[in-house]
Design a protein around this ligand. Structure first.
Ligand SMILES: *[C@@H]1O[C@H](CO)[C@@H](O)[C@H](O)[C@H]1NC(C)=O
Ligand SMILES: *[C@@H]1O[C@H](CO)[C@@H](O)[C@H](O)[C@H]1NC(C)=O
Length: 155
């Protein structure tokens, strides 16, 4: 675990391997070239199976997470397919584990991703996830660039 953290810390811009299987491949890079202590993983690594993805996240944010707005952008075979925004943490009644995390604190979280996979037909995807600490999308605290290759259609 520690080895992985240091690997992430010292290799900004390098592609982090998440998973590969006969029907799916995923990896991510950070959009900026600065080092982040961030790890993300999903299991099981497939698109066919209907069980929800279990996601695991380890992150040492570089600022306090009192407000967090995420912007998702998905490109499918190079055409923009999806663009949505959501405020995850607003400082009141937050239901996500990342909300309230403090700068420099190690955040370890596990969650399910449901109702998401069957929407991806076979092809190559770029998924850019940005996290902002303000509603005006000025102060970006994290930005991940996922590459996802769906090798088979889900029937
Ligand atoms: C994400 O990665 C793709 C493919 O490497 C690249 O073309 C794109 O510019 C990157 N986007 C961002 C926001 O870093
Ligand atoms: C998707 O990416 C893989 C690996 O980079 C490549 O072999 C394949 O031709 C790509 N497919 C499309 C539809 O772009």
């Amino acid at each position: 675990m520690l080895g992985l953290i240091f690997f992430v810390l010292f290799t900004p811009g390098a592609s982090e391997f998440i998973c590969t299987s006969s029907d799916l491949e995923m990896s991510y890079t950070f959009c900026d070239s600065t080092a982040h202590v961030f790890m993300f993983n999903v299991t099981p690594c497939n698109i066919m199976n209907k069980t929800p993805w279990k996601a695991a996240l380890t992150w040492i944010p570089r600022s306090d997470i009192t407000f967090l707005k995420t912007v998702f952008q998905v490109w499918y075979d190079s055409a923009k397919a999806l663009h949505w925004k959501r405020v995850l943490c607003s400082g009141a009644d937050d239901k996500y584990a990342v909300c309230g995390a403090l700068k420099g604190e190690t955040l370890v979280s596990a969650f399910d991703i449901k109702g998401f996979r069957s929407e991806f037909p076979k092809g190559n995807y770029t998924v850019v996830v940005q996290g902002f600490s303000d509603d005006y999308e000025k102060n970006m605290i994290i930005c991940l660039n996922f590459t996802m290759i769906v090798k088979q259609d889900v029937f």
